[in-house]
Design a protein. Sequence first.
Length: 148
Amino acid sequence: MPEPRFRIFIDDQEQADSDHVPPASVTVDTRRLRDGEHRLRIEAQDATGDTGVRIVPFTVRNGPGITISGLDDGATVHGALTFGVNVFSAEEPFVPRRAEARSPTPVWLWVLSLVIVAWSAWYLATEWSPPPEFASTPTYAAPGMRLF
C-alpha cells in the first residue's frame, strides 16, 4: 500500500514544485514569481490511492509598496488632477512618515471636534455657578468656607 503524499504546484505548472510526505512544512520562494495573482495547487494522495486537490489563490507583492493620496480607485475626475504618490520597499527600515499617505484631516473630524468644544463651553458656563440652594453644600462650597 502506498504512503500518503502531496505535491505542490504553482499556477499551471505541469511538473510539481515539490513532493512531500505529510505532515510537512513547505516553503515557496515567492521572489522567483512575478508580482500579481497566483495559484497554489496541492494534489494529495492517501494510502488507498484516492486523490484530492486544493487550490489556494494568493497575491505576490515583492516589489515596492505604493501609496496614493488624492485619487481613489474608480474615481471620476475632471480638469487638472493632482495627487500624491509614495513608494517604499520592504527591505528599507519602516518609517511611518514615509509609509503614510499625506491627506487632509476629514471634515467630519473637524465638525466633531467643534461640537465637543462647544458642548464643553456650554456645560462649564451653565454649571459654573451653582443654584443658591446648593451654594453652601460641600460640593460647591468655596475652599476654606466653613459649612457648619
